[in-house]
Design a protein around this ligand. Structure first.
Ligand SMILES: *Cc1c(COP(=O)(O)O)cnc(C)c1O
Length: 334
């Protein structure tokens, strides 16, 4: 890697690209092969399940640069990223502090599978340190949260949670899917592991399932070790598509932020809407925190509540709700 561009928009296009380019190709090629004669670094023969095929490795460099991390791995889905990150720190008998309302899949992982894995967890308030403190136990190993909670669109005390985790020797893990690194880079406030569903904004074209975990070289080696054992790394063709999607990440998310803000302002001014939740609005309880930490307020559509249970929802609000549901399946529509 040569001169590293510094502006985020430029990083998204070129960050982590090898120089000189592989075989002179300006676009990193798809190595579809599963196995190789020999590796670049001695004995280590690249193999697809290990995530060490050259296209997979290229993507890992790109992702690490975008989150400002030492290392990254790509996974077969966002849930694979979150589950693998948790598996890399939690063993049987360990306890997790989980702050937020959580994406449905994450909630299901904890509610339906934690017990069988021997994990226990407490759900706490991402805004109330006292609840974190009360949840601490001798076996607590990790602290999990989301940068922007879904569906209530809250922004918790992110810097406080990372500090709390560090003070108590816990690994802090954050799901940064809704913010994306365009809006917030959680390693800058001290989070240890950052997870994404790349199925959403990072890829941005609704044509692959993928996930990401970033962190220090040491922590990512632990994550990769679980990934190798579980066999859930991302295949090279999807890795190529994700690396391509990243090139337009900044432009897409900036536009989505602007669109989400416009929808939020429109709904906030609508007589039949009782409440709009979007951190870009001054009326949002976390507006100041989001303004201090974020570049923009997130690409998720605002969530809203109509005034009066029996009133017909105005078409604009119906549109807002529909956009919101689609947003969780394909962000290019939001
Ligand atoms: C979609 C999503 C996930 C899960 O990602 P998949 O790629 O569908 O497995 C996790 N967290 C958040 C916040 C999401 O929106």
């Amino acid at each position: 890697m040569s001169d590293m561009p510094t502006r985020f928009d430029t990083l998204a296009v070129h960050g982590g690209e090898p120089r000189p380019a592989a075989g002179g190709s300006v676009v990193f090629p798809i190595y579809q092969g599963t196995v190789f004669e020999s590796g670049d670094d001695g004995d280590d023969v690249p193999y697809i399940r290990l995530g060490t095929n050259p296209t997979q490795r290229h993507l890992h460099h790109r992702l690490a640069v975008l989150e400002g991390a030492e290392a990254a791995v790509a996974t077969a889905s966002g849930m694979a990223a979150i589950a693998t990150a948790l598996h890399s720190v939690l063993g049987s008998g360990d306890h997790l502090i989980a702050a937020g309302s959580f994406y449905g899949g994450t909630h299901q992982l904890l509610a339906e599978h934690a017990e069988r894995l021997g994990w226990t967890f407490d759900l706490v308030d991402p805004d109330d340190e006292e609840t974190w403190r009360r949840a601490l136990r001798p076996g607590t190993k990790a602290f999990l949260t989301e940068t922007i909670t879904n569906p209530l669109i809250r922004v918790g005390d992110l810097a406080g949670m990372a500090r709390f985790a560090r003070e108590h020797g816990l690994t802090s893990i954050v799901d940064n899917t809704l913010a994306t690194p365009v809006v917030f880079r959680p390693h800058t406030v001290g989070f240890d592991l950052v997870c994404h569903s790349a199925t959403k904004a990072l890829n941005g074209h609704s044509d692959i399932a993928a996930g990401v975990v970033t962190g220090s070289g040491e922590r990512i080696e632990q994550v990769a070790s679980v990934l190798r054992a579980h066999g859930s790394s991302l295949d090279p063709h999807a890795a190529f598509l994700l690396a391509r999607g990243l090139k337009t990440l900044a432009l897409r998310v900036q536009r989505q932020n602007a669109n989400a803000m416009a929808v939020a302002e429109y709904l906030a001014g609508h007589e039949r809407i009782a409440q709009v939740r979007y951190p870009g609005l001054r009326t949002h309880p976390d507006h100041e925190r989001a303004s201090a930490l974020f570049d923009g307020y997130g690409s998720g559509s605002p969530s809203s509540r109509s005034a009066g249970p029996r009133q017909r929802t105005p078409s604009s609000a119906r549109c807002g709700c529909r956009t919101r549901r689609r947003a969780s399946a394909g962000w290019n529509r939001s």
